[in-house]
Design a protein around this ligand. Structure first.
Ligand code: AVI
Length: 329
C-alpha cells in the first residue's frame, strides 16, 4: 500500500529498507569483478555533487539539453497537447522541468517520482511557488520498479513520462529496454515519453565530461565510499582509492570504476574484503547512442520515435516516443 506523508508526498513503501545496504555492498563486493550499483551515488552530498557536475565546462550534457529545451519547449508542449499529466522520473534539474511546465497547455498534474524524500520535497516546494495552480502529486519511489501513480485530480488526455538528463544511459541495454517497457505500460495507449538521450561523438569529448579538471566527478564517485562508511560502518579509506572513467568504444559507453591504489583490506560489516593494487570495481555505465541505436532500443520496448530534437553538432537529443502501434495506425 502507498501512504501519504504530511508534506503531501505519496510514499511508495516498497522501497528497499536502508539496512539492505550492507547486504547490497557485501554482495557486490563478492562479485568478480567487484561491482556496486550507481544509485548509491545519490545521498544528499552525492546529489549536491551531481548538481555541481552539471555546471562543469566539460559536462556538455546538461548545457545541451537546456539549450534544446530553450529552443523547442513551445513546440514540444504543442505536440504533447492539452491536459497532460506529466510524470517525471527523478525530480532532477528543476530548470529543465520549469521550462517544460511553463509551456504546457492546461496540465492536469505534475508527478515527480524520486527515491530520496528530501530532494523531492525541496523541488516540489520550489515549483509550487512558481506554478501555484498546477496540482503537484509527488511520489517517493524507485522509478525503476512498477509505480502506483496517485489518482489525478481530473482525467488527463494523456500521461507523458518525462525522463531527462540521459539517465537512461545509466542502464545497460537489456535493463533500459525493460525500463522503457515499464514506462510504456504506465503511460497507457495515448501516452508518450519525452526522454533526453546522449549521443555518440568524439570519445575525447565524452571522456573529458567524466573527468572534469576541477575533480568534481572524482569526488562524486568516491563519495559512494563515504556514504557506505557512514551508513553501514565500513572503513574505506578514501585516499586509498581513485576515480577512473574510460570510454569503451565497442560498447559505446563510459565505464566508471573505483580503483584501489594499493593492496588493502576493507571491513564491510563482519566481512573483510581484499583489494589488489590497481583492482577496479565497476560503479557506473553511461551509455551513448546513435539515433539508430536508440530507435532500435525503443523498438525492443514496443515504442517508436515520433520526433527527435538535436543540436547542429548532434551532441545530445531530446526524443518523443509513443507506442509503436500508435504510429502504424
Ligand atoms: C545521471 N547520469 C545521467 C549522469 C551521467 O552522465 O551518466 C551521472 C554522472 N556520472 C558521472 N557524471 C555524471
Amino acid at each position: 500500500m502507498s501512504s501519504v506523508q504530511p508534506c503531501g508526498v505519496s510514499d511508495d513503501d516498497r522501497r528497499p529498507p536502508v539496512n539492505d545496504l550492507l547486504e547490497i555492498a557485501q554482495r557486490g563486493l563478492a562479485l568478480k569483478p567487484k561491482r556496486l550499483p550507481s544509485w548509491l551515488f545519490y545521498d544528499e552530498r552525492g546529489s549536491a555533487l551531481f548538481d555541481e557536475i552539471c555546471e562543469q565546462p566539460e559536462y556538455y550534457l546538461t548545457r545541451c539539453e537546456i539549450a534544446l529545451m530553450d529552443a523547442h519547449a513551445q513546440r514540444i508542449a504543442d505536440i504533447l497537447g492539452s491536459e497532460v499529466r506529466l510524470v517525471e522520473y527523478g525530480s532532477g534539474n528543476a530548470r529543465k522541468t520549469r521550462m517544460l511546465l511553463e509551456h504546457l497547455h492546461s496540465p492536469v498534474a505534475y508527478v515527480p517520482v524520486e527515491i530520496s524524500s528530501e530532494p523531492l520535497r525541496q523541488s516540489v516546494e520550489r515549483l509550487t511557488k512558481e506554478f501555484p495552480r498546477l496540482p503537484m502529486q509527488p511520489l517517493c519511489a524507485d522509478f525503476s520498479k512498477p509505480l502506483r501513480l496517485p489518482i489525478p485530480p481530473r482525467a488527463p488526455r494523456r500521461t507523458v513520462v518525462y525522463f531527462p538528463g540521459s539517465t537512461i544511459g545509466n542502464f545497460e541495454n537489456r535493463e533500459a529496454a525493460v525500463l522503457l517497457r515499464k514506462m510504456r505500460n504506465e503511460m497507457g495507449d495515448a501516452g508518450g515519453i519525452l526522454i533526453g538521450v546522449d549521443l555518440k561523438k568524439d570519445p575525447a569529448v565524452i571522456e573529458a565530461a567524466y573527468n572534469d579538471r576541477a575533480g568534481v566527478t572524482a569526488e562524486f564517485t568516491l563519495n559512494m565510499l563515504a556514504r557506505l562508511n557512514r551508513e553501514i560502518g565500513s572503513n574505506f579509506e578514501l585516499s586509498a582509492f581513485a576515480h577512473r572513467a574510460h570510454y569503451n568504444p565497442m560498447a559505446g559507453r563510459i565505464e566508471t570504476h573505483i580503483v584501489s591504489r594499493r593492496e588493502q583490506q576493507v571491513k564491510i560489516g563482519r566481512v573483510n574484503v581484499a583489494f589488489r593494487e590497481d583492482e577496479a570495481m565497476q560503479v557506473e555505465y553511461s551509455c551513448k547512442y546513435s539515433l539508430a541505436d536508440f530507435a532500435a532500443l525503443a523498438a525492443r520496448a514496443g515504442l517508436a520515435v515520433q520526433q527527435v530534437w538535436t543540436d547542429p553538432e548532434q551532441m545530445f537529443s531530446l526524443q518523443y516516443l509513443v507506442r509503436a502501434s500508435a504510429l502504424t495506425r
